[in-house]
Design a binder for this molecule. Structure first.
Ligand code: CP
Length: 308
């Protein structure tokens, strides 16, 4: 078996196709552990994982915590608001103090793009990026790929439409890189104000502002929420207007392929970017994404600590 030699997982750009495939294959093997009556193996016994979340999270934080525990690692959670960063300590000083406690892995979510790179350069512990600003969310992209691969048996050649607030989305950026590298054809769709200029040339993706085109073409539709917490201006006239033009509802689903898969990284804003009947409908694999998240994060924790 091929060895995984990276100390850190920071983004999808720095992972090769072989490394992504190794993570997905390892995650596939890890899935079975979560189906057992006793959901625990001793693989990472004696290892310490610090979950340092400087931004809110339901899925990613819980998922990394469960993944660490299922592998018998000791996991410790620290949030920005309960750390000494509120007293003025810098991220790097906080991280150096955490490192002095000899963790093996620090999983970091931070509102500033690039924060995990500062830690990766300075610390011996493996750094796993759990989402940095608008930049990258590699474990989300990997779990999205695993979920699609399980449903379709492949990624190569599939048409993936990512629809919503592309500008502020680290999930969109990571998935544009990840899915494209794996041979899928990615389309991004939003109003012009919610797609960064140069997206097509920088990421090699197709850009459209026509929701019907993005829906009709797709094997997989990935909806994204409007990230109000990262927006400082007015990107569309009103939520009602946005929902009418770019919301995925029953009427819009009439243009989709009969076997289309509907995804969303969460959290969803029901009734804004996706209607309840689509989010909970027969095409939705949104909760499968969450289940895949545990296996992918088990694989990541295992591989960065030297497993293969
Ligand atoms: N998808 C995702 O990152 O969700 P959380 O913000 O809940 O972790």
């Amino acid at each position: 078996m091929q060895a995984f030699t990276k100390k850190d997982i920071l983004d999808m750009t720095s992972l090769s196709v072989e490394e992504m495939s190794l993570i997905l294959d390892t995650a596939e093997r890890m899935k079975e552990i979560s189906e057992r009556p006793v959901k625990k193996v001793p693989t990472l016994r004696g290892k310490t994982v610090i979950l340092f979340f400087y931004e809110p999270s339901t899925r990613t934080r819980t998922s990394f915590d469960i993944a660490a525990k299922r592998l018998s690692a000791d996991s410790i959670s620290l949030s920005g608001s309960t750390s000494s960063m509120v007293k003025g300590e810098t991220l790097l000083d906080t991280a150096r103090n955490l490192e002095a406690m000899k963790p093996d892995i620090i999983v970091l979510r931070h509102s500033s793009s690039g924060a995990p790179y500062i830690l990766a350069k300075s610390l011996k512990a493996s750094i796993v990026n759990a989402g940095d600003g608008m930049h990258a969310h590699p474990s989300q992209s990997l779990l999205d790929m695993l979920t699609v691969r399980e449903h379709r048996g492949k990624l190569k050649g599939l048409r993936i439409s990512i629809i919503g607030d592309i500008t502020h989305s680290r999930v969109a950026r990571s998935n544009c890189v990840g899915f494209s590298k794996m041979g899928a054809h990615v389309t991004v769709c939003a109003p012009p104000t919610l797609i960064p200029k140069g997206m097509a040339s920088s990421y090699g993706v197709h850009v459209t502002h026509q929701m019907k085109e993005a829906v009709a073409d797709a094997d997989v539709i990935m909806m994204l929420r409007i990230q109000k917490e990262r927006q400082s201006g007015f990107f569309f006239p009103s939520e009602r207007e946005y929902s009418r033009l770019y919301g995925l509802n029953r009427e819009m689903m009439a243009y989709a392929k009969s076997d289309v898969l509907i995804m969303h990284p969460g959290p969803i804003n029901r009734g804004l970017e996706i209607s309840p009947e689509v989010a909970d409908g027969p095409h939705s694999i949104i909760l499968d994404q969450v289940t895949s998240g545990i296996a992918v994060r088990m694989a990541i924790l295992y591989l960065v600590t030297g497993g293969a």
